[in-house]
Design a protein around this ligand. Sequence first.
Ligand code: SF4
Length: 369
Amino acid sequence: MIVAGDSFPVGPAGGPDLPAPRPADLLAWYDAHRRQLPWRSAPGTVADPYHVWLSEIMLQQTTVVTVGPYFQRFLARWPTVADLAAADLDAVLKEWAGLGYYARARNLHACAQAVVARHGGRFPADESALLDLPGIGAYTAAAIAAIAFDLPATAMDGNVERVLSRIYAVTDPLPGSKPTLKALASALVPAKRPGDYTQALFDLGATLCSPRNPCCVLCPWRDACRGRRDGIADLLPRKAEKAAKPTRRGVAFWLTNARGQVLLRRRPESGLLGGMMEVPSSAWEPGADLAYTRALAWAPAAVDWQRLPGIVRHTFTHFHLELTVVRGHLVDDGAAVDGVWCAPADFHDQALPTVMRKVVTWARSGGKD
Ligand code: SF4
């Protein structure tokens, strides 16, 4: 077991030992400088587990600034986890549109239902029971356990990894150094106020200990920080080189009818953007170039397709996507097509993911920026 203050892989400069970082110093700083966030309880009050859970799911891969309005809208519409469990999945996906990573919205809904079914509508005050719920991974379970129930759990996110790697000058690159950082972080969690301590660490990473140019002069842990002492703080954490993201390509089919409606289609329940609506598109395939004529085999109707200039680009976690948009018009309104006709004025009611909103904008502009 690693104990805070032990020796571990350190930076090149070495030097005399520094004191161990003291949770009490971080808590004192937090009491004076904590961020005001919509999902945070007032100082000295207990956080609502539903609020903590909702915000943590929304914050995965998304910024605090982006999440704020979504969080407020969700709470206004579904004030309790039971309300969210009873909601229509499509309504949840619609409210989520724009936050990306739609599997999270589906899991959000499934989790609310599981909390109601398994726990009577109350989140369990237990890290392993939280981990059993849909869409809750190790980080989120620990964050809820700590913040909502004041349990001594260790929530490791990118901010915490950055702070810990600097404090202890851990020079082994991520992700290989994760177990070391987790052990160091666990050794520091105090028995008193672990929830505030966890949020303090988040705040330190999000404010002073920023990825570039950390503001060490104001840091409550500056005297204990080996990265600062060795002059390598802003080089940490080191990261193993990532493979370049591949690019996939496809064709999106903007099909209109005589009433000015556009054909939309629901994506399969499983897989990327599962259950979301889309402008019908071909498969998204890797490769240097799209076989355009082959992609037309996915067209939702046999009409005269006109290719719009330019490309719609979007980046997912694991790949870049380039979509060519083609426009066609279906004269025969009675022809059978796979999908639903929708007037553009009603698109705001559809659970269209960001990439498809880009396609809509592109098609409606005729392929002009
Ligand atoms: S002293 Fe600087 S590098 Fe070290 S934890 Fe504080 S802000 Fe980060």
